[in-house]
Design a protein around this ligand. Sequence first.
Ligand SMILES: [Zn+2]
Length: 345
Amino acid sequence: MNISLVFVLFRLFRYLSCSLTLCTNPLWIGKGNNGALRNGAPQSSHPRTACDLCGGAECDFILATPRLDGPLVRCRRCRLFYVQTQHDAQHPVSDGRDATAEMERLSARARELALVEPEVEESERPWRELAAEERITDLMRYVGRGRLLEVGASTGELLAAARGCFEATGVEADAASSLTARRRGLDCRCGTLGAMSFEDGSFDSAVMYHTIEHLESPRRALQEVSRILRPGGWLVIETPNIATLWYHLLGARWRQFIPDHRYFFTPETMGRLCDETGFEIAELRSVGKSMSLRLFASRVGRYSPHLGRMLASAGRRLGVEGRTLRLNLGDVMRLYAVKREYGTN
Ligand SMILES: [Zn+2]
């Protein structure tokens, strides 16, 4: 039997045993890829900085893996999961600093761990454009015009899809990506949100797709978004959801554990963050995305490199690697929230 399958069945067994003993929120403490087995009572430690969500000073060690930029811990007070990185001072969204060097360090780490294959990512652009169109269509159920800000605009696929309906502006900390977007004639500013100094209430909607989990301080980012959105304006956040069976099954091998992810939200911790920064959630649901079979094989390789290679080679032989696959694993959530008329509670 395939060793990965044995591993998954073992995790499933542990997860179910834990659930059956009425452990409603099992603290899974696993064997990280560094081989450090942690089990039994949670270890408490004092983080170098307070919890971004509640300011709590105590957290429990959850797991360690080379796939993350430090140990994964959980705040004892609000249960926010976050990575205790040693690189705060140079983090990509440390306001006002040049983020490029740090982003390059994290991308190099992901390549080293074979978590991303640059040539596969490069050929994925048509599917990124498709995903951007789907996101705009979904957003238009709530708002269909006005000034739109994308935080973490990358190479501008969503800004391009928004043209014709919205007056769209992007902010992107990576210099090369924002330059690519500008070359496509898009309004994409290079730098961090905090360094932009947009005027109060100057946007009708703000969107952050797979951005908030990368930031140094999600709370500070949402406070800033709240300031620059008009009352009644819309906020969209899409981010991994750690309250998923996949995390319990796969532990340190969960696909969302990559070096540049440092916050992992549940609907509860995300709800608290939105509430305390002046937003009321109107909808929160799990979402999938469209991808090529080529990218799917590459992502499977994060769990089992052998299986990933087999799928990629079969896809090439059968000439189907460019086919579109729509996948919803239930470990990514998207929320729509409206800015309250009178700010924070
Ligand atoms: Zn906390």
